[in-house]
Design a protein around this ligand. Structure first.
Ligand SMILES: [Zn+2]
Length: 231
């Protein structure tokens, strides 16, 4: 065998090896669809129980505008929040009424109001601080229910299948803003009634330079066991 023939064989063998290793790597790695997801900013708001609606307004809530999640609406009514250190007027109310009153604020709001609200998923209010709500007709002393809503993505089962992720998965999302930011630990919530949208709070939005129309891309699963935003 002459030198050229040996070289040719080597190139062929090495080429095959590289292709094999690449194929193995790709097999073991979950692929994420990188179609952009609309990112919406949730400003501070309250969800009210029917009883608290009656106490505060003396009548049912009035829808003002539909929100992205089907059946959810912004109300004409507004509420005032009173904490140990501060007051916030003109706080939005989202309808329809729920089983329990829940107030969702940012960490900045929490400081201004003087309540130590933890980051929680909606509905998980056990052991959270309370706050006072007032409106024209009355006052509600909420014993607990003040949270900083954890960032999350709403998805239909079809969306989840498309993106290759499941309910309660935690993912990393890169926000395509002027001040781009990768957000870890974004909870995926799958429900047939959900429309595709990621929700962040005002602090997160301002931190990333959010504006209307911004989108995010799922980079991979989040968490120590997956490495840093693994793909
Ligand atoms: Zn949401």
């Amino acid at each position: 065998m002459n030198e050229q023939a040996i070289k040719d064989v080597l190139v062929q063998v090495l080429g095959n090896l590289v292709r094999e290793v690449r194929a193995q790597k790709e097999d073991g790695i979950q692929k994420y669809v990188t179609d952009p997801i609309p990112v919406e900013l949730s400003a501070r708001h309250a969800h009210l129980s029917e009883a608290d609606v009656m106490t505060l307004f003396g009548k049912p809530l009035t829808p003002a505008r539909e929100l992205s999640q089907p059946g959810q609406f912004l109300c004409k009514e507004r509420v005032r929040l009173i904490g140990p250190k501060g007051v916030m007027d003109n706080v939005a109310i989202l309808g329809p009424a729920r089983k329990q009153t829940q107030v969702e604020i940012s960490k900045t709001d929490a400081r201004m109001l003087g309540v130590n609200a933890p980051v929680r998923q909606s509905g998980d209010t056990e052991g959270t601080p309370g706050i006072i709500l007032t409106a024209d007709k009355g006052v509600v002393g909420l014993p607990s229910g003040c949270i900083v809503a954890a960032r999350h993505i709403h998805m239909s089962p079809e969306d989840a299948a498309h993106y290759g992720i499941r309910d309660k998965d935690r993912v990393c999302v890169r926000l395509n803003t002027d001040r781009p930011l990768i957000m870890e630990d974004v909870l995926v919530r799958v429900n047939k009634d959900f429309r595709l949208a990621m929700h962040i709070d005002a602090d997160e939005g301002n931190g990333a330079g959010w504006r209307s129309g911004v989108t995010g891309i799922i980079l991979g699963k989040s968490g120590a066991e997956h490495g840093l935003c693994s793909r």
